[in-house]
Each structure stands twice: as C-alpha cells, then as structure tokens.
Design a binder for this molecule. Structure first.
Ligand code: DQA
Length: 147
C-alpha cells in the first residue's frame, strides 16, 4: 500500500479562520478528510501531521523513509521562505516530495517569492487553493501506485 505523509507547518492549524480572503474557509481537518477519502479510493493511505515547530517538521522528514512513506506532501508555511534546515532534511532523505501553497505566493510580498524547498521538490503547486493538496496527492499516487 502506498503511504503518503502530509506535513503542514506553522499557522496552518488556523485554516478556516486565518485570513480567509487569502486561505479560504476550509479547515485543515476538512482538507485532511478529503485527502483520506481520495487515498482510500486509490488503495493508499495518508498520515497527516501539523506542527508550528521547525524541528518537528525536520524530524518528520528525517524519519519518513524509515516509517515507510513513499512520498511527502508539504505546505511548510513561512518556513518555506526561511528554513535552510528543512531543505537540508529533504536533501538528506530520498523520499520524493510535493510542495503545496494555498495562495499564489508570487502575487504576494516579495519575501514569499523564494522557496528554499522548490529546487528539491518533485513538484510544486501554488495558488490553486486547498485543491492543491488533492492535486499533489493525485500526482504522488500516479508516481507510486498502490499494488
Ligand atoms: C502558504 C504561503 C506562505 O507564504 C505563508 O507563510 C503560509 C501559507 C500558503 O499555503 O499559501 O503560512 O504556505
């Protein structure tokens, strides 16, 4: 069975009430429920972890291979733009990852235009709202179909 780790970084626990004009009104629980349903239809499984702490995200990435994950979907929130340590964690493991941003970061402040992660990602989905998570999961499951 294909297993996908879905990581969400700082402030994404506030989805639904956080800047709804930018991030919409869906909660993270709504998003994860849809990913679980989609994975279930495809004979796959998702495990979702949200953390506001950089080191916890790094530890999840470090452990992903040993935990048997085939792919990672990550919205690293603001750590996208700041965390060389998170990039280094992805460089150290061989698990392919898909970077998701709900908003179009390129249409926002210039400090959001650079991602430390994108250069290592299998794919990047930006600005398609919460649909981006499902598109990333679809991409991951096409690359790693459940047998
Ligand atoms: C975000 C974009 C980031 O710039 C921001 O810090 C977030 C959310 C997005 O999903 O659009 O927390 O990753």
């Amino acid at each position: 069975m294909t297993r996908v780790l879905v990581l969400n970084g700082p402030n994404l626990n506030l989805l639904g009430t956080r800047e709804p004009e930018t991030y919409g009104r869906e909660t993270l629980a709504d998003i994860i429920a849809r990913l679980e349903a989609l994975a279930g239809e495809r004979g796959a499984a998702v495990v979702a972890v949200q953390s506001n702490a950089e080191h916890e995200l790094i530890e999840q990435v470090q452990g992903a291979k040993a935990a048997g994950f085939d792919a990672i979907i990550i919205n690293a929130g603001a750590y996208t733009h700041t965390s060389i340590a998170l990039r280094d964690a992805f460089a150290a493991v061989t698990v392919p990852f898909y970077e998701v941003h709900i908003s179009n970061v390129y249409a926002r402040e210039s400090f959001r235009h650079h991602s430390h992660l994108s250069g290592l990602a299998a794919g990047v989905i930006v600005g398609l709202g919460t649909l981006g998570y499902e598109l990333a999961l679809d991409a991951a499951l096409r690359r790693h179909p459940s047998r």
